[in-house]
Design a protein around this ligand. Sequence first.
Ligand SMILES: *[C@@H]1O[C@H](CO)[C@@H](O)[C@H](O)[C@H]1NC(C)=O
Ligand SMILES: *[C@@H]1O[C@H](CO)[C@@H](O)[C@H](O)[C@H]1NC(C)=O
Ligand SMILES: *[C@@H]1O[C@H](CO)[C@@H](O)[C@H](O)[C@H]1NC(C)=O
Ligand SMILES: *[C@@H]1O[C@H](CO)[C@@H](O)[C@H](O)[C@H]1NC(C)=O
Length: 665
Amino acid sequence: MGAFWRWLPEIGLLRLVLGIGRKPLFEYDDHYVMLNDIGRNHFYREALENFLARTLERNRELYPKTNMSVIAQLSAQVDADTLGRKADLLVTETFGTMQGDRLLKEGGEIIPAGGCQYVTLVQMSEPLWSPPSWRGFNLSRLEDLQAMVGASSTEHIKLSKRICVLELDLYEATPEQIPKNRTFWIQMQQSGTIDAALFDWDIWADRSKRKVLSTAQGSRNFAGDVAWGWLLQPQEEAAEGWRFGDHPRRQEVKAGDWVQVAVEFIATGISMHLRARSVHAAGGLEADGMLPPVSSPSRLHGIPRQTIKEANEFLLPVASDQERHDFYAEALQSAVRELAFRPHTLLDCSGNAGLPGFYAAKHGSLRSLVMPGSEHVASILQEIAEENGVEGAEVFAGDPRQMFDVLLPEGRRANIVVVDPPGTPLHGRSPFAILPALRKELLQDTGLVVPPLACFEVGLLESHELSQIFSIPNGTWEEVDLQVWNEEARRQGLLGRMVPYTKWLGAHSTLRRRWLSQPKCVYHVDLNGYGRAPVSGEETFRRPLAVEAAGVVHAIVGRWVVFAEKGPAARRLGAESAYEGRDLTWPQYVQAVARADTNPGLLEPLPVEAGAVQQLKVTVRLGAAKVTGSAGPEFALQLVGTDHDDVSARRGDSVRRASEAPTEL
Ligand SMILES: *[C@@H]1O[C@H](CO)[C@@H](O)[C@H](O)[C@H]1NC(C)=O
Ligand SMILES: *[C@@H]1O[C@H](CO)[C@@H](O)[C@H](O)[C@H]1NC(C)=O
Ligand SMILES: *[C@@H]1O[C@H](CO)[C@@H](O)[C@H](O)[C@H]1NC(C)=O
Ligand SMILES: *[C@@H]1O[C@H](CO)[C@@H](O)[C@H](O)[C@H]1NC(C)=O
């Protein structure tokens, strides 16, 4: 997370934002990754050793037995009365609450003693926020939605040195000392385009700064990266007066160039915004005090924060996904071929920046109704349609389920509807959520769904690093017994629930992992059949998962994949892609695995042999049988043993083979 003094409130905020009726892009319990952040554990242990021996020795006579009390309170709600007295030593990570004055006695020690917030100017390895044109469609208008909201982990090239923009001494720091803003000159070390500012930080144990805990990339283990993260804030060139334009200007720099940056510390550093500009754009140097507030470009004023966030985290990376556009074009062509007559109307309810609709209008002469969720996105898509000479496409903001009369007033139903792949992390746009209503009101009985087929594929993964996100793999850190954390994880249903871990499992993630059983389809959905009649109930079946490599299984990983048409040669679109934006926009779900006979305080992975066949028990619940309120099928997965010790299958459970025809819903 961005600033070192405020990670706690930010994690809280993230939870809050993700919690409002939205499917989160990823999820994890902070405690596990922090406990598995070995570097951090050592930092605090070593830092404490310096002081503990002092503090403990001095108090040994008074306190012959170790006496530790745990106060389950937010530090902001703890005062000297709660403690009984003020402390000799304050160990803190809740920077910013200024506990020093309230909880620490005069002359007491603070760990860490201080820290620094760093910034590096970087170029992204791939454009995530500047969609390149696709088959002649110029999408650059979408860049207007680029904002400084930030992504957390993507590949990049460092163009500048890492510079300290704010150093704090926690002994002395008061909220008043955090400036409102600062300006710096940074010399470029490499030529390129400044796409983003990378924020990370260091803290030091004592004022000598010899023991440092850093969040810079490459300085921690994977759990540490997940726990602390870093922040990439998209950048565009600021102009005179530090303001942004109506359209983002890419800032090209050459090695040796000097770039001026201004950092705003908003609400005593709860948030930070960086603006950069080249010398030629500076037009004379204003004093620091002249920095005008530009938390976001004026072109974004009036657009809800949620829309901007979704645009930067989803719409822009999807709009830059050429492979995805090719897939939709092919699926569309296949649907047109399949219809025995010339189609006239298409509904595009997908989140693909209107492209399937525009493409069908321009190259197939269809009347296309494109339906993005937000008004602001709709007006940009309208401009894109005009700029690209697309006739016959209309853009409507809103939920197609509430727009029957507006969309097709003459009651003439559409021939084709375009939907997102299942699992798309956008609220309310799941094909499962909208298809029943579309079938009933907007789509012809013979009308076709694009894409027509989806399947849920499941594989078995070996990854020690992944298991550190949801457990304490050994149940210990050095000699400290942490088994209670694994017991708690189990109590909370860790082994029976699938959690989206989207970006950690993407093709570009640094998570070290190995498929022991490659993902394969275990459940097919014919989207053309879905929603024709309400279905409810629960079915259970088994799928054999062939183990290709020997190892230990830490997790069952599931994810959706869609197909452009029927048949084994159909083009597919799934989680795997050379394009990094796919990592951020395609959910993968993880269910932890533990050997059946593991002690509850441990989470020992399941050893498997190459060539063995694991039986996966799949329970699918539909309609009223579901436990959660989400749209579409709900899965419960369980490994129930290998082929030879599979007893219950012989008892007559419905056993199906994965090669069977797609399951009709
Ligand atoms: C530990 O300290 C607290 C507060 O000083 C005291 O009330 C309690 O009796 C002590 N417990 C032991 C076992 O010494
Ligand atoms: C794409 O459109 C933008 C306006 O949205 C325009 O400034 C730019 O020159 C166009 N690019 C090309 C290659 O035509
Ligand atoms: C920048 O800091 C100066 C001096 O503290 C202050 O007068 C000015 O309002 C600040 N500008 C912003 C945008 O916070
Ligand atoms: C503890 O777990 C790690 C993987 O997280 C493993 O590499 C290591 O060998 C384990 N150590 C012990 C003592 O089991």
